[in-house]
Design a protein around this ligand. Structure first.
Ligand SMILES: CC(C)(COP(=O)(O)OP(=O)(O)OC[C@H]1O[C@@H](n2cnc3c(N)ncnc32)[C@H](O)[C@@H]1OP(=O)(O)O)[C@@H](O)C(=O)NCCC(=O)NCCS
Length: 288
């Protein structure tokens, strides 16, 4: 697949069926857990946004789905699924689908898109916070309960809730292709957890919950899926520590604003930046 995929609105039943197949291929969901054609059609009828990425040979290789939402009081879009087939990943399609979703929302006069993601998936965190400029503002413990998805590894489905303020200067910059370099002091912020190595597998220490710096870091594994498969006990412990760290720092007014990855002795070390906002701050991050 050399020519770039094109992004367009879903237009017929074949597109909806393709999105159902993608749910099977990407998440390995049980049939009962798949968002089916009736629900997709009903929400599209009511104003949902379903965008598909069409590969050069015409097949659907990715999609983004968002429906109208009212949580918190203001009408917005809640983005429920973003998926790209494994063989089409790493070429910017996930980011393009999200940016097309943003344009579609702005066209409809909607300034906010929310969604949730697994805080231990470094690639998703990097896409959401660093590439797109979204901000994670809350922890939702075990949001979906235990699912049959291969991507969930039988663990509680803890999620971070993100807000994507579509017209903020930092998001506009990202939409124009810019991704600001991390502010140098953030790289030296104190880290809430320590990571040691048992052979090739990283192990997360009990997090410190008493740090008071303006910015603190929380490290996650570079490859969560591999850790879950090869050291499931360590993965479960890391998830518990992430739950307590995010829960505690969010409750104190911190938000996850970035994911910075440094290489140390050849190993990628992804770390969230949790930044404490003054209570009156708007949430835009251009001053960082
Ligand atoms: C998440 C997903 C949609 C990303 O699709 P994609 O087409 O590979 O994403 P992109 O190529 O646009 O990458 C976007 C950013 O994420 C980062 N990224 C993607 N895969 C990565 C990986 N394995 N490790 C680290 N970063 C990664 C890229 O570095 C890129 O940032 P950059 O442009 O600054 O380099 C895809 O991996 C997927 O379908 N995953 C399974 C389902 C899922 O988790 N959905 C998202 C829920 S929020």
């Amino acid at each position: 697949m050399n020519a770039p995929a094109s992004i367009r609105r879903a237009r017929d039943r074949a597109d909806i069926e393709a999105c159902i197949e993608l749910q099977r291929a990407v998440w390995g969901l049980d049939d009962i857990e798949i968002t089916g054609s009736i629900q997709l059609t009903a929400t599209l009828h009511a104003g949902a946004v379903l965008l598909v990425a069409e590969g050069p040979s015409g097949g659907v290789v990715g999609f983004a789905y968002a429906f109208p939402a009212l949580r918190g009081g203001d009408p917005h879009l809640h983005s429920d699924m973003l998926a790209v087939l494994p063989e089409a990943r790493g070429r910017g399609l996930g980011a393009r689908l999200k940016l097309a979703q943003r344009e579609e929302a702005i066209r409809r006069g909607i300034p906010l898109i929310t969604w949730t993601f697994d805080p231990l998936q470094a690639a998703n965190a990097r896409l959401n916070l660093r590439r797109l400029g979204a901000t994670a503002v809350e922890l939702l413990p075990d949001l979906y309960g235990t699912t049959g998805s291969a991507l969930h590894h039988g663990l509680p489905t803890d999620r971070l809730g993100v807000r994507w303020e579509l017209n903020s200067p930092s998001v506009r910059e990202r939409a124009g292709g810019g991704v600001p370099a991390p502010a140098a002091p953030l790289l030296d912020a104190p880290c809430v957890n320590e990571v040691t190595w048992e052979g090739e597998w990283p192990v997360c220490s009990l997090p410190r919950l008493d740090l008071e710096a303006t910015a603190v870091l929380f490290e996650i594994p570079a490859d969560w899926g591999a850790l879950c498969r090869h050291a499931p006990g360590d993965a479960a412990t890391w998830q518990e520590h992430a739950r307590s760290a995010f829960g505690t720092y969010f409750a104190r007014g911190y938000r996850a604003v970035d994911l910075l990855t440094v290489k140390e002795r050849g190993r990628p070390r992804p770390r969230y930046v949790l930044y404490r906002f003054p209570s009156s701050a708007s949430g835009d991050l251009t001053f960082l």
